[in-house]
Design a binder for this molecule. Structure first.
Ligand SMILES: Cc1cc2nc3c(=O)[nH]c(=O)nc-3n(C[C@H](O)[C@H](O)[C@H](O)COP(=O)(O)OP(=O)(O)OC[C@H]3O[C@@H](n4cnc5c(N)ncnc54)[C@H](O)[C@@H]3O)c2cc1C
Length: 488
């Protein structure tokens, strides 16, 4: 018998399953409530825990050159159940970690069911959890049941829980050609906290604008799923291609209006403009203002690279528009994932404003660790922001820029996959020479930068684990030893 009261986890998806595992591995009992099969979501098809609702890929496994690969490596070091089950059920997929979805979900379900400290309950938590659940992780995902999301909305306030995700593309600053794009705010207005040169502006001539509108109209679009089309939360975020359909000048009088801007190369106002606004506190990522879109991803890359200054753009995230339930986390959640207004509630997974299977599981992993440490009276510490895990927490709890004027992040905070732009940049003078001592340029330099950042991340995570984390318990043994030690 353990001396601890159980922690409750609501939602047995990617985040909830990982959170429950971490809590149990820390020696604290956990009750995991999953509503399926009694109540299904519009996307889940099975009763299994950690069901993958769409693709079967955890994306790249290349820890040195890909940020999600780095996140895999960090999670393996932290005894992740999701990564362990993924590694056991992986399928051939080049450099990606793709999994047999049934084998993977079955593995997660069986391991949790077999753990002596885990109790799995099937049934919807249809409102705020009872008052005697003094430590709860809400991991109910993008398709949180309406009864629970209504209760959370009542608690957090109108407007602080989004139901649609209108995503504008985000571009890595170092891929924007600043010999074409220039920094200026409309009419040079400084605004609160601004400098008068807060936007990057990409100018278009009449011919360039007309060609761009044609490409938007011709581009292949993704369609709404039936249940998304009937969700009544989708006003005021028209996709850019729908605006183009409404008239050839609609964009030029909307998000692409050039007023108050002067192209320093010509000394004149351009015909149309695409504006980018700083997206993260590091200033490494910039979003395309008003450019939410349902163009297919490959189309977005080719169409948006037609924009002068973005010819070589590298996208940290492409645009989209889909049903997604997520909190205005930078305002509502503290650094250890507790709801500030009711700290017995922690949030994890996609509902916190991360995007993707692996990212959701990563936040589940940390929420589980935090809840277990709190129960045991241990200090709660987030991994350093130089790690992918720490960078994700920083994104959802603090790394995002607040709106000018209002000081709020509501409306501008958008879910995000892990990417190198979320990690603090390297020192200016970091040595980035090749093995032969040659100074690196272009793509080679970019790749080396990622390698240096990835090594820094694992080194810092190892230091953090040595100081703070509990060792993974014996139930992780029996796995391929490479799983935990990989990427060292
Ligand atoms: C249609 C769709 C497709 C997606 N495709 C991909 C993709 O291809 N690749 C990718 O990386 N990401 C994808 N995502 C995004 C996201 O990564 C996944 O949704 C991921 O599963 C999120 O993990 P989670 O643990 O936060 O939520 P989920 O995995 O959805 O888990 C939430 C769980 O909570 C349960 N639940 C909900 N409400 C309650 C309640 N009140 N009481 C008890 N249980 C409840 C649900 O049944 C579910 O099992 C997709 C999302 C959607 C909606």
């Amino acid at each position: 018998m353990t001396q601890f009261k159980p922690v409750h986890v609501i939602g047995g998806g990617l985040a909830g399953s990982e959170a429950a595992w971490q809590i149990a591995e820390a020696g604290v009992p956990v009750v995991l409530s999953e509503m399926r099969p009694h109540r299904m979501t519009d996307a889940h098809k099975t009763h299994g825990l950690a069901e993958l609702v769409c693709s079967n890929s955890f994306r790249s496994d290349a820890w040195e050159t890909n940020a999600v690969g780095l996140l895999h490596a960090e999670m393996r070091r932290m005894g992740s159940l999701i990564l362990a089950a993924g590694d056991l059920h992986k399928l051939p997929a080049g450099g990606a970690l793709a999994v047999d979805r049934d084998g993977f979900s079955g593995e997660v379900t069986e391991r949790l069911a077999a753990h002596p400290l885990v109790t799995i309950k099937r049934g919807e938590v249809a409102g705020l959890p009872p008052a005697d659940w003094d430590s709860v992780i809400v991991a109910t995902g993008p398709l949180t049941s309406p009864a629970l999301s209504e209760a959370v909305r009542a608690l957090t306030g109108e407007g602080e829980l989004a139901f649609f995700d209108a995503i504008a593309p985000v571009v890595h600053l170092d891929s924007i050609d600043e010999s074409i794009a220039w920094r200026q705010s409309r009419y040079d207005k400084a605004g609160p906290g601004g400098t008068g040169a807060d936007y990057l502006n990409c100018p278009m001539s009449k011919d360039e604008y007309e060609a761009f509108v044609d490409a938007l109209l011709a581009g292949e679009k993704t369609s709404f799923k039936e249940w998304e089309a009937s969700t009544p939360y989708f006003d005021g975020c028209l996709p850019v291609e729908v605006m183009a359909e409404r008239g050839r000048d609609t964009l030029r009088f909307g998000p692409m209006k050039p007023v108050g801007l002067t192209d320093p190369r010509t000394g004149r106002r351009p015909y149309a403009v695409v504006q980018l606004r700083q997206d993260n506190a590091h200033g490494t990522l910039w979003n395309m203002v008003g450019f939410q879109t349902k163009l297919k991803h490959a189309e977005q890359v080719s169409v948006f690279r037609m924009i002068p200054g973005l010819g070589e753009a590298e996208f940290a995230r492409l645009g989209g528009l889909h049903r997604n339930t997520f909190l205005n986390s930078p305002k509502l959640i503290d650094g250890v994932l507790r709801l500030k207004a009711e700290p017995r509630l922690r949030f994890a997974g996609q509902i916190t404003g991360v995007e993707g299977y692996v990212e959701s599981a990563a936040i589940g992993l940390l929420a589980g660790r935090f809840a277990a440490a709190e129960r045991k009276g241990e200090a709660l510490r987030t991994p350093p922001a130089t790690t992918a895990l720490g960078a994700l927490v920083a994104h959802i709890t603090g790394g995002h820029l607040l709106d000018e004027g209002t000081g709020s992040s509501s409306g501008s905070f958008q879910p995000m996959n892990i990417n190198y732009g979320l990690l603090p940049p390297l020192e200016e003078d970091a040595p980035l020479a090749g093995e032969d001592g040659r100074r690196l340029k272009g793509k080679e330099r970019g790749a080396e930068k990622k390698r240096v950042m990835s090594r820094r991340a694992l080194r810092d995570l190892d230091g953090w684990i040595a100081e703070h984390a509990h060792p993974t318990s014996s139930s992780m043994t029996g796995l391929d030893p490479a799983i935990q030690g990989q990427a060292r």
